[in-house]
Design a protein around this ligand. Structure first.
Ligand SMILES: Nc1ncnc2c1ncn2[C@@H]1O[C@H](COP(=O)(O)OP(=O)(O)OP(=O)(O)O)[C@@H](O)[C@H]1O
Length: 243
């Protein structure tokens, strides 16, 4: 039987008078890829921040594997198996690619041997094994994004929040990352993915959640979501008519 891994209930986040998220609820199952879409300012990044501990929700609860993690510090959340990647990659440029990946692996143990091994496995998985000893600052954007994914995977996560990992990549680089995301899922890890590329999100998601103005507009199978009149009107429009 499939288990629910993440259970968020009525998440609301206010910034002063601005309601960035309003009563957003969400379940993600083990081994599932859920896409998160919506126009600029819809609240997607704010939702990621509330789930990963970067922001404390104004109200609502986040349960991960049955434990209430609402308002926990990001490293405590990551330790429990919920990792994230950032839209703007920020590798430590003077450190090697391997050392950067080791930062992720450090979360469970300070012992260098196991940490290095876990980091190497993650680099291997994303196709950066040959770049392990290079300085991270010299990587192309495509490889920086792969490193970002490797850092998250090195924490040995059960759920990864992936924030616009394909933005700015060439079609070939995007294809490679998509393939890796699907491979992550094959290992049984769940993914929650913000992505503006509609074709990509339709291709990999089991379900898609649509936010608009901080509220849920739709949540369901990709084909149902794109045909939902409210979604078409509010957001997608002509862009996906040919999907
Ligand atoms: N730290 C903050 N302080 C004040 N307002 C914020 C803060 N972070 C986000 N907001 C506001 O909350 C709303 C939701 O922003 P958010 O970044 O979550 O949207 P998004 O869907 O991720 O947008 P984009 O696709 O442009 O990244 C926006 O109106 C934004 O200006």
């Amino acid at each position: 039987m499939t288990e629910t891994i993440l259970h968020a209930t009525d998440i609301t986040k206010e910034f002063g008078g601005l309601v960035a998220l309003s009563d957003v609820s969400l379940d993600i199952d083990e081994g599932e890829i859920v896409g998160l879409i919506g126009p600029n300012g819809a609240g997607k990044t704010t939702l990621f921040n509330c789930l990963s501990g970067a922001l404390k929700p104004t109200s609502g609860t986040v349960e991960f594997r049955g434990e209430d993690i609402t308002g926990m510090e990001p490293h405590e959340v990551a330790k429990r198996g919920l990792a994230r990647t950032f839209q703007i990659t920020r590798p430590m440029e003077d450190m090697t690619v391997l050392e950067n990946a080791m930062v992720g692996a450090h979360i469970h143990t300070r012992r260098r041997g196991p940490t290095r091994e876990r980091a190497r496995d993650a680099l291997d998985f994303v196709g950066l094994a040959d770049d392990a000893d290079r300085k991270a600052g010299g990587l192309t954007l495509g490889k920086q994004k792969s490193l970002e994914l490797a850092r998250a995977l090195a924490t040995d996560p059960e759920l990864v929040l992936v924030d616009e990992i394909m933005a700015g990549l060439t079609p070939a680089e995007s294809e490679r990352i998509l393939d890796r995301l699907e491979a992550v899922r094959e290992r049984g890890t769940s993914l929650f993915v913000i992505e503006h590329d509609m074709h990509a999100i339709m291709e990999i998601s089991d379900r898609i959640k649509v936010l608009d103005n901080g509220k849920e507009l739709a949540f369901g199978a990709p084909a149902d979501v794109v045909n939902d009149p409210a979604v078409v009107e509010a957001y997608i429009g002509e862009e996906v008519e040919d999907v």
